[in-house]
Design a protein around this ligand. Structure first.
Ligand code: WT7
Length: 680
């Protein structure tokens, strides 16, 4: 354990320094900048939040240098704050430094307060939460790390984690971090084929899973799905299985009972000294091609950025209970269930269930029972719950709540207002937070801006420290001034941003740094308001956002095209009342095929569920004779979108359209569907 700890963040000296500063009676208004951020003491002349933000953007080296030193526990201090060249997609922070992420997230808090609760596992079974202290988390993580080592997992190896939110899943992530393995968590709702694709791309030898899972009271055969996936993955050497239920599952010669092995191991495990830029994890996310990309995040920069955003966006204070209900299979779960809160020594909730199990009061009953102070969810859940009315909310005590947040997709005003007025009783700031898998943490949100800063409903508003958003037009020109809309780019690197796409740096450069040279291109459109605040409009590429989950239309088409009667297809996003977006798929059948609409509808939903995940199943399927294409053969999705939106008079320029009859036929078909829906 000699490698451990220089507990700078929680150091008493720092707090004394801060206290001294507070007493030196700076005559600024109500906002005390060093009370707000102790490190601001190192920036003379900075008096308020705007001053701190300006400094972070104009002098990123100074800002991040101090924060990096003070907030993380280093084994070896870094010598270079940042070394980035966005034209090459080169992003490097805190080089020369060595640290261990699991030490930052566990050990240093064990030293300060071992019995503090780290995790509250809100199990699927209502009312059956489990608390895990920092001391317990360290023990479980060490036993798991030792088990991985004994089974042959080495530094740099990729470990696939396919399990629902649970302490053992979090310990699996942290155990990888402890021994320097790279985790890749795959959302447990993904199908066997989707899991297999990710295992293959990551060239992983190890999977950690559970025998079964429970979700909304239903049993899910997780291990069976892993068995199917592993058949397609010769690289797999071992599958570690934790027991979520009592039920035994068939075990093969590569299957290892995880808890049994852990009990044989020691409860201490020396952390490996990792370089700042060593890989911490891969997380697969959809792009505009059929192949999901493995977004790579590294150690120090990611950890610093998630912990800083967790602290300042939500105004997290020691002792608060942080309730982010996202699954650990998404970036939100990585950054705001696991790494951000634990790095800050916080208490974080692991939510295993659904918003409507056993009834639509589940979230608020959980808030009441666990005394949650900060609640963070997706707009889709708010839209769903508001349909059930206010009683489910009002029958629970929500006085513990201090902040409410949303993420993943645009939030409409109705949902925002309901969240603010009904859930928060008009007392809590509601924060619409914008970010992406690639950004590592929150980039635009109403706070931090000081406690009393104005919030415009349903708007992400303000860039976080170090984030320099710019709007760019189609010609690549930077749009100056307010009341403008364009492609959202970020002009400067920040510590939390992705470093590459696993095994495909060219794709990384092409996707994010080619459209607008020397800028990170987000793929989203945004508007800068009259007052200079940012409003996110939505994706500009062929990515749709279903219940806050990203999906490429090319992925849906890839799955649909595997059905034997389908000649070709085109998938587009369409408005969906609850999910935000759904998918609408046009298909052309092969010659001579005769199949009923109901049959093909069901079969295509099945095939997409089987190839990708249930949430990806198309909402609408329309059989057409041919797709509208340009003379060079490109599908004109813009035209399809207008037809689905029933904006026939806005089809736009059709001069490149190859066959006008195709469009007329599709419009006629769409009208028939609308008539049928109206009758039902
Ligand atoms: C895409 C990123 C970041 C965690 C969850 C999603 C959309 C995200 C917002 C928001 C409007 C949003 C964007 C973005 N998005 N937050 N507050 N308002 N749109 O992560 O799967 O990487 O998806 O989600 O389109 O590009 P992700």
């Amino acid at each position: 354990m000699s490698l451990l700890l220089r507990p700078a963040f929680a150091s008493p000296q720092l707090h004394l320094r801060v206290a001294a500063k507070l007493h030196s009676a700076r005559s600024c208004s109500t906002f005390n900048v060093t009370g707000y951020m102790p490190e601001a003491a190192a920036f003379p002349g900075v008096r308020d939040y705007p001053g701190l933000r300006d400094l972070s953007v104009q002098h990123p080296e100074r800002f991040w240098g101090i924060l990096g030193r003070e907030r993380l526990a280093w084994i070896t201090p870094f010598h270079t704050v940042s070394d980035c060249d966005l034209t090459q997609g080169r992003v490097r922070w805190f080089e020369g430094g060595q640290l261990n992420v699991s030490v930052n997230c566990i050990d240093r808090h064990v030293h300060m307060s071992p019995d503090k609760v780290a995790l509250i596992w809100e199990r699927d079974e209502p009312g059956a939460h489990v608390k895990i202290t920092y001391r317990q988390l360290l023990e479980v993580t060490c036993r798991l790390a030792n088990t991985l080592k004994r089974q042959g997992v080495r530094k740099g190896d990729r470990v696939v984690i396919y399990m629902p939110a649970s302490p053992i899943a979090v310990a699996s992530m942290l155990a990888c971090a402890r021994i320097g393995a790279v985790h890749t968590v795959v959302f447990a709702g993904f199908s066997a084929e989707a899991l297999a694709n990710r295992i293959q791309d990551a060239q992983s030898e190890t999977v950690i899973t559970t025998n079964q899972a429970l979700r909304g009271g239903r049993v899910i055969e997780l291990k069976k799905t892993v068995d199917q996936a592993v058949k397609l993955c010769p690289s797999i050497k071992r599958v570690l299985i934790a027991m979520r239920t009592e039920n035994k599952v068939p075990m093969s010669n590569i299957d290892i009972p995880l808890e049994e092995e852990m009990m044989k191991e020691e409860a201490v495990c020396d952390p490996v000294a990792m370089e700042s830029e060593d890989m911490l994890f891969l997380l697969y996310t959809s792009g505009s091609t059929g192949k999901p990309k493995g977004v790579v995040h590294t150690q120090a920069g990611y950890l610093l950025y998630t912990s800083l955003t967790h602290k300042y966006v939500f105004d997290y204070h020691d002792g608060d209970v942080f309730g982010c209900v996202a699954d650990i299979g998404w970036i939100t779960g990585h950054s705001y269930v696991v790494y951000g809160p634990l790095c800050n020594g916080g208490t974080t909730v692991l939510f295993e269930s659904t918003p409507v199990y056993p009834n639509p009061g589940r979230y608020w009953e959980t808030v009441e029972r666990l005394k949650i102070n900060h609640f963070y969810c997706a707009p889709t859940a708010i839209r769903l719950l508001l349909k059930y009315g206010d009683t489910w909310v009002k029958s629970h005590d929500r006085s513990s709540l201090k902040t409410l947040g949303t993420v993943g997709e645009p939030i409409n005003s109705e949902a925002w207002n309901w969240y603010y007025k009904v859930v928060g009783d008009g007392r809590c700031p509601v924060l619409d937070t914008w970010w992406q898998t690639e950004t590592g943490g929150i980039c635009i949100s109403p706070h931090p801006a000081g406690r009393d800063a104005k919030i415009v409903p349903a708007m992400a508003m303000r860039p976080f420290f170090g984030i320099d958003p710019v709007l760019v037009d189609d010609q690549g020109r930077r749009l100056e001034g307010n009341k403008v809309s364009g492609s959202l780019c970020i002009a400067k690197p920040w510590p939390g941003m992705a470093r590459t796409i696993y095994n495909d740096h060219d794709r990384f450069v092409d996707t994010y740094f080619k459209a607008y040279p020397n800028h990170f291109f987000t793929g989203d459109g945004a508007h800068r308001s009259e007052e200079g605040y940012y409003q996110i409009i939505g994706r500009l590429d062929d990515v749709i956002n279903i219940s806050g989950h990203r999906l490429g239309t090319a992925e849906i088409e890839g799955a649909v095209n595997q059905h034997q009667v389908v000649a070709e297809s085109a998938a587009i996003g369409c408005a969906h009342e609850v999910k935000g977006e759904g998918s609408y798929v046009f298909i052309v059948l092969k010659d001579g095929i005769n199949i009923s609409e109901d049959t093909i509808d069901k079969e295509l939903k099945d095939i997409v569920s089987q190839k990708i995940a249930k949430y990806a199943a198309p909402d609408h399927i329309q059989i057409v004779k041919r797709l509208p294409k340009t003379r060079s053969g490109k599908i004109m999705r813009r035209v399809l979108r207008k037809i689905v939106e029933n904006k026939i008079d806005e089809l736009g320029d059709l001069t490149t359209l190859d066959d006008h009859v195709a469009v007329e036929e599709i419009v006629a078909g769409r009208e028939k569907i609308l008539e049928k829906e109206a009758k039902n």
